[in-house]
Unconditional design. Structure first.
Length: 646
């Protein structure tokens, strides 16, 4: 790397974004200052129009005048493909690009306007190829050569940060507990012979993070005000302008952070007439408030360790804590019995710095990985793991085939097996439909719309954890065999899937299904492919079959099936994480078999009062998707009858 060349890593978070770069003076990896005296910035945006988007604190300030233009967490909208903000329907890559551009502006300012020679972006382990492509689409708006843009999952980045000064022998396991402002993600990784890591288990909670603790403190403040000054409480709830509410939120956040170091902290509440109230809260009171949430986090961690067959703390080299919320002492106390705790001075920037350690091991200031081939990307190789242990990749099925593809997040052809139902499930098969237009204006700009439709058609997606060989996750499309993210590996097998290949014929796919299901379907037709080139079939039930009895009121009944062990392992992890669940659904439940090698995600009711389920089995590779079940119980009964969940 020449004196003027530098690299940039961006950890685009749900609540906050962090970044790291090779410093212009030291040449070693440093956290990048993103807002005043902080190494993070808010990920929120304010959309005045698709080409005028404010970011961070400025966005929050603009939200007071027009709340409809405020998007507090663009990352949560990525899976939708299209989001309506301020009356505009815009691709979700647009607000993401605004956040990345803000980071890029600060970074290039620190390097005399010179663009980075390489950009590394992080993402959740459970994100699908489609979601990662949206992140990459956002990055292409920065004006960089696409060959210089790379991605790495967040736990892999954190693991590489840890291992930069700790050489890990192949087979060594570490766990990453990433506790951020909006989400909790847990992963167990195993070092491999290439000096990188395989993710063997991962789970997450999309609604558990530091923001929950802020909410607990706000509720505590309200309770104090009810006793001391109910008029001030009423003012805060009904009349207070945005700046007063933000001031209280900031006071609560600072008190929360101080309680990690001090035995008590003060929260200030200001009224409209200039009066104010101050409340002192002790660390013990705060810990009592957050204990139920931490108990939930511990349970999730234990389940993830069980998925990875870690039954004793001695099996972990380290339980590595990242994310701002991991600073809280009670978090350490709750987790100490699960493994040896490892922490850093600035857990908020660990993932961003680790991204550079993972993607650019030659950077000065970072130790190279263990001996072995050093790829210029993070190989998300799938370990040869026992059932239920595989790299996460989210609901990694490619989008519907071009003939029926609609815009990402739209209501086109039925999703692939392992993909949760869209927010408006429709009958199978279904023609593509336009996403709903905003009440004021619609701005699916031709070029942006083309990008979104191309993604929906399965173009330029990437195999994450889908093979033993490294797969380059750069912005340049990966060569495909026509429908999957990567060509099917050459094999001398017979194509029935028993030898590790994906079944290559309709007959082989059907033969891999449980007998109770296999005997009740007929006349299956190919509607697409899995990530690794396996066939995705739509199978009608036999006319007088009793298997689907009570499942649906529809007379024409079909189910979507496929077989792909590598993808099923990823989908199983993502099902357990529930990353892309629909928050409006009344039912959002996960059911598993007793062996914990298979799980199904049931959601509903949709707008048509129907329920859907996505199923994956990491042992057999079977994946099943069905929509339009009449109830949650009907879905569970069918899963049991069909021999999918026992």
């Amino acid at each position: 790397m020449s004196a003027r060349e530098w690299v940039l890593g961006i950890d685009f978070g749900t609540s906050n974004t962090a970044a790291a770069h090779t410093g212009p003076v030291s040449g070693s990896v440093e956290a990048l200052q993103l807002s005043h005296n902080r190494t993070t910035m808010s990920s929120s945006v304010f959309v005045e129009s698709p080409d005028r988007i404010a970011v961070g604190d400025v966005a929050a300030d603009r939200a007071e005048a027009n709340p409809a233009g405020f998007l507090p967490a663009p990352k949560r909208a990525v899976s939708q493909g299209v989001v309506n903000v301020n009356g505009y329907d815009i691709p979700t890559s647009v607000p993401v690009a605004a956040v990345l551009e803000s980071v890029m502006a600060r970074a290039t300012g620190a390097h005399d306007g010179t663009a980075p020679s390489e950009l590394v972006l992080t993402h959740p382990e459970a994100w699908s190829p489609r979601e990662i492509q949206i992140l990459l689409d956002a990055a292409t708006k920065l004006g960089l050569d696409t060959s210089t843009i790379k991605t790495v999952s967040e736990p892999r980045a954190a693991a590489h940060y840890y291992s930069r000064t700790n050489t890990l022998a192949p087979g060594t396991k570490i766990a990453v507990f990433d506790f951020g402002g909006g989400t909790l993600d847990i992963a167990v990784l195993e070092a491999n012979e290439h000096g990188t890591f395989d993710v063997v288990a991962a789970r997450g909670d999309n609604g558990l993070g530091g923001k929950n603790f802020d909410a607990f403190l706000r509720r505590w403040v309200d309770q104090q005000l009810e006793v001391r000054d109910p008029d001030l409480l009423d003012y805060l709830r009904s009349q207070a302008p945005m700046e007063v509410r933000y001031a209280l939120d900031d006071s609560i956040r600072r008190a929360k952070e101080l309680l990690s170091e001090a035995p008590s902290a003060t929260i200030t509440v200001t009224g409209g007439d200039g009066r104010s109230e101050k409340f002192q809260i002790t660390r013990e009171e705060f810990e009592e408030l957050i204990t139920p949430a931490l108990d939930k986090a511990v349970t999730l961690t234990q389940a993830t360790l069980a998925d990875a067959h870690v039954t004793d703390p001695s099996q972990l080299e380290a339980l590595y804590l990242t994310g701002g919320s991991s600073r809280i002492p009670l978090v350490h106390e709750h987790l100490k019995d699960l493994g040896p705790i490892a922490t850093l001075d600035d857990p908020k920037t660990v993932v961003a710095q680790g991204a550079l350690a993972a993607a650019a091991p030659i950077v000065r200031g970072l130790a190279a990985p263990a001996a072995g081939p050093a790829p210029a990307f993070i190989p998300p190789s799938a370990p040869a793991a026992p059932p239920a242990a595989g790299p996460a990749g989210g609901y990694g099925a490619p989008a519907a085939p071009p003939a029926a593809a609609g815009p990402v997040g739209g209501y086109g052809a039925p999703p692939a097996p392992g993909t949760p139902p869209p927010s408006r499930p429709g009958p199978e098969p279904a023609a593509a439909a336009e996403p709903g237009r905003g009440p004021k204006k619609s701005i699916l700009i031709a070029a942006a719309a083309a990008v979104v439709v191309a993604i929906g058609a399965g173009i330029g997606v990437f195999a994450l954890g889908g093979g033993e060989d490294p797969v380059d996750t750069t912005a340049a499309p990966v060569a495909s065999d026509g429908g999957g993210a990567a060509a099917v590996p050459a094999s001398s097998g017979d194509g029935d899937g028993d030898d590790g290949t994906v079944p290559s014929t309709k007959e082989a796919v059907v033969a891999a299904l449980p007998s109770a299901l296999r005997s009740e379907v007929e006349n299956c037709k190919t509607i697409g492919e899995t990530e690794n080139g396996g066939l995705r079939l739509q199978c009608p039930f036999k006319e007088y079959s009793a298997l689907p009895e009570g499942l649906t009121d529809d007379s024409y009944l079909t189910i979507i099936v496929s077989v792909d062990v590598k993808q099923a392992k990823k989908d199983l992890i993502a099902i357990r994480q529930g990353y892309r669940s629909e928050p409006a659904n009344e039912i959002n439940e996960i059911v598993e078999d007793t062996a914990r090698t298979a799980a199904a995600h049931i959601t509903g009711p949709g707008v048509s009062d129907s329920y859907s389920f996505s199923y994956a089995n990491s042992a057999t590779g079977v994946m099943v998707f069905f929509t339009r079940a009449v109830s949650e119980d009907a879905a569970k009964t069918f899963l049991n009858r069909a021999g999918l969940i026992n």
